[in-house]
Ligand binder design. Sequence first.
Ligand code: AMP
Ligand code: MG
Length: 517
Amino acid sequence: MQIEFDNAFLRELPGDPEQGPRVRQVPGAAWSRVDPTPVAAPRLLAWSPEAAALVGLDAADAADPAFAQVFAGNALLPGMQPWAANYGGHQFGSWAGQLGDGRAISLGEAVGGGGRWELQLKGAGQTPYSRFADGRAVLRSSIREFLCSEAMHHLGIPTTRALSLVATGEAVVRDMFYDGHPRPEPGAVVCRMAPSFLRFGSWELPASRGDPALVRQLADFVLRHHHPQLAGQGEAGHGEWFAQVCERTAAMVDGWMRVGFVHGVMNTDNMSILGLTLDYGPYGWIEDYDPDWTPNTTDAQGRRYRFGTQAQVAYWNLVRLAQALSPLFATAAPLEAGLQRFADAYERARRATVAGKLGLAVADGDDVALFDQLLELLQAGQVDMTLFFRGLDGLDPAAPDIGVVDAAFYDPDARAAVEPRLRQWLARYAARLAADPLDAAGRRDTMRRHNPLYVLRNWLAQEAIDRAEQGDLGGVEALQEVLRRPYEEQPGRSHYASRRPEWARQRAGCSMLSCSS
Ligand code: AMP
Ligand code: MG
């Protein structure tokens, strides 16, 4: 197994003079050199051929015993120079100071395949940023990160990728409900990949410390490697870059809203500067439609990171980034213009999403209003979001019948309460379709490209986790396979396109998740 590395992050950005995991504040540096802590018995549980191909690896590499060793953190390939990144962040609305990679360790930047891919182990042991924690990750959350990263990619939503899932053969102690009942759980390491893992918090930390030079170095690093057409243009280049970060963030959140994804912890340290979905923790998927739902029990009180407000939260986070970047600008005008680009891009993206989900050639303001009325009915009727939109493409505009969405209802009473209004809505929608330039085939095709049939429903992930904890990886493999083609109906796989079963309603891991991972 061979990978070509070019670790520009270490070469071009200032580092911490001290090496190793002693917990400390690290001023004036973007990274600290620290090696992964070896684990007892690495065993490869799953890997992604699609992600592997991006760094020039294939099935023969995955079959090599060295693969599990390297991606557990027990061995280094030539060119790897492990580091933990330094960053801060706003957590649940409050400035949290230095955070950094407390359990993520980057191995290097692979450049031999397609583009630049930072390879990063999550759960690889302690770093200077581990604070009071162990630097490890449990199997259940590692399975969730592995499966969801690749699922999001196949859904067409910008995301970090996942190369591998390796069991460590070691136990990790977690108090899953923070209720004083810690228990040992199997540990695992995921190797994730991104062109860069820099986050909004990477700029907030040096800005908070009055270090504008590092703010600038980090910005110029990203421009050089990820926006080369904007590099070397001074303030104009920085302004356009910030605006593009805003636009990418808007596109990402619009993707989440289209498929019913709730991130769950949109702290600024979990916001990628490249607009990638980053840090799969207590995320979840909307089943019965509810914009107020958050899967994150840690956030159950304030519900800051609920589904329906993700765009507003992204904007709030971008304002924090703008403040951190202000040393790069003589006036606030370019930053204000960038924030406006978020609002414009989100509005445009949402219209396109509404058109796609409803099967219209283009959506205007009236269509968006029609869509919003539908969302209210879906909420009132406790209707499964994914199954509703997949059923809707079977509607005959000449004879609209609610039967096409029968599979989407959870509760007969809730259905009865909303059914008259839903029938009226379907009639209005049918009339709108009759006036649309798309023909029936074009409409169905559009809807099937915007409305996935298979998403990583929380209880599906939990079923796979339960089996994996018993040593059976069949559930993980099956989900990985189904989620490769989320928009395509797959014969014999209706289980993966089913409403949440009753057992999952209150089961931990399905309806509620803590940050304990
Ligand atoms: P998260 O909520 O996963 O984004 O993590 C927030 C911060 O806590 C980051 O700085 C993480 O690196 C750190 N962190 C989370 N879990 C652990 C752990 N088990 N060991 C060390 N640091 C951790
Ligand atoms: Mg994080």
